[in-house]
Design a protein around this ligand. Structure first.
Ligand SMILES: [Zn+2]
Ligand SMILES: [Zn+2]
Length: 451
């Protein structure tokens, strides 16, 4: 099979591990490498009657496979150490000779002790069936599913509008419908590797540590594998998300991009295994027979970590942007249909600081402000941010105005106020004034010697 011959620097065995795992075989792994031979693939299958059968796979990345190869695997199957039935598979990127096929038919196919043959054509058919792309020169993950980028009942801009609605004094209809919301959807390649780690650590005093855990490692599949962002992990872990076909899923967004799974399933699985080994490595203290305390580092080996499933899916990251006044606001989240996990919410952030508390919109300049950065416009009684306000002191207190015109209006109004009304422009000042007057009165009184 020419397409597999193009796999440069990539082990045919690794390709087969991906293929068999996709086909639903369990505990798919490679045997230890021996000096003169390639690595066999070992795995298990669950039979209809509930029993488990081991499958030993001989992989041959050659043009033709002749009878001795099949015969040798047949013997290996007969002597394979397994608590249950065993069968064999010879998989090749090329083709089988006539005698090889005759031999396999004689020992039986799809039965205990038998040997099945998969040639290049079979592999190409299988790979198409299970969605692995054998044509890229590498067998990268080919994924046709994404979590749903939008809520099933709402448009892509709905979550931003909802977030904006939580801001005080932000009139959605007038401010937002006019400026509009721009939406971009990036489909991020994400791989979840589920694996079971089982290890027992013994010393001369017996078992000192045991690990038996099932973990799901969620990997950002773009480029070099790394842990997926928290919001994507929470979303996948929540199990309330919805999956849809890739086709047409991002219609309705202004901008659409799709990342590429840059690795094979095996590479993602290997990365997860390494990570789990580190995660489950711990140092245990114990007391020896000689009553001396010891410490031992208990590190699971890679064969202690059994990969159970590799699940590839795109996770949509939606970035919705709107412009209010001279400010640009972003609301970004990972989406999974009815559920979203927010990664950025500018509507809950003060444009001046990281201040907490309820946010208030300044319709004058479009800023969103924390309580510390919000003032009341003296003339209109509405919130105004200190950044854009015109200020002037009245009754020794600083007053805030949207603009010079409002300030001028208030100057006139202030000028025509009665003295007690002016004093009320500074309630704290009034209190201070009363105290001052009292003190002065007392001082005068004492000075006059009335007391
Ligand atoms: Zn602030
Ligand atoms: Zn403002």
């Amino acid at each position: 099979m020419a397409i597999l011959d193009d796999l440069s620097g990539y082990d045919f065995e690794d390709v087969m591990v991906d293929v068999f795992r996709r086909l639903g075989y369990e505990n798919v792994r490679q045997s230890a490498r021996t000096a003169d031979e390639g690595r066999d693939v070992l795995m298990e299958e669950l039979l209809e009657d509930g029993t488990r059968r081991a499958v030993v796979v001989e992989c041959k990345h050659t043009d033709t496979v002749s009878r001795p190869v099949v015969q040798k695997l047949h013997s290996a199957v007969a002597t394979y150490d397994y608590d249950g039935p065993v069968r064999g598979i010879v998989a090749t990127s090329g083709r089988f000779t006539g005698p090889a096929r005759e031999y396999a038919e004689r020992v039986g196919t799809h039965c205990d002790g038998g040997v099945d043959l998969l040639d290049g054509r079979d592999l190409r058919d299988l790979s198409e069936e299970i969605g692995l792309d054998l044509y890229n020169g590498r067998i990268e993950v080919l994924c046709t599913e994404t979590l749903e980028p939008t809520h099933p009942l709402e448009g892509p801009e709905a979550p931003l509008l909802e977030a904006a609605d939580a801001v005080d004094h932000l009139p959605l209809e007038t401010e937002l419908s006019s400026s509009g919301v721009e939406t971009a959807c990036a489909l991020e390649p994400t791989v979840t590797v589920t694996a079971r780690t089982r290890a027992t650590f013994e010393t001369s005093v017996g078992v000192i540590h045991r690990v038996d855990e099932r973990d799901a490692v969620v990997i950002d599949g773009t480029g070099v594998p790394s842990m997926a962002p928290d919001s994507a992990r929470r979303l996948l872990g929540a199990d309330r998300h919805r999956r849809v076909d890739l086709e047409g899923a991002t219609d309705g967004f202004d901008e659409r991009t799709r990342g590429r799974f840059g690795r094979t399933e095996s590479e993602y699985a290997d990365w997860a295994v390494e990570r789990l080994r580190r995660h489950h490595t711990t140092t245990v203290g114990y007391t020896g027979d000689n009553n001396v305390d010891y410490e031992k580092t208990c590190a699971p080996t890679s064969s202690d970590v059994m990969v159970e499933a590799v699940d590839a899916v795109y996770v949509p990251h939606v970035t919705a942007t709107c412009r209010l006044g001279s400010y640009r606001y972003v609301y970004a989240y990972h989406a999974g249909g009815p559920t979203i996990e927010v990664s950025r919410n500018d509507f809950d952030a003060c444009v001046h600081c990281a201040g907490a508390g309820e946010k208030t919109y300044c319709p004058n300049c479009g800023s969103i402000n924390c309580p510390d950065h919000t003032r009341t416009e003296r003339l209109e009684g509405t919130p105004v941010c200190p950044g854009c306000a015109v200020t002037e002191r009245f009754a020794l207190k600083r007053k805030y105005f949207y603009d010079e015109a409002n300030l001028e209006d208030f100057r006139e109004r202030y000028a025509s106020m009665a003295i007690h009304e002016k004093a009320m422009e500074n309630p704290a000042g009034v209190a201070v004034g009363v105290v001052l007057v009292l003190a002065l009165t007392l001082a005068l009184a004492s000075g006059l010697g009335v007391w």
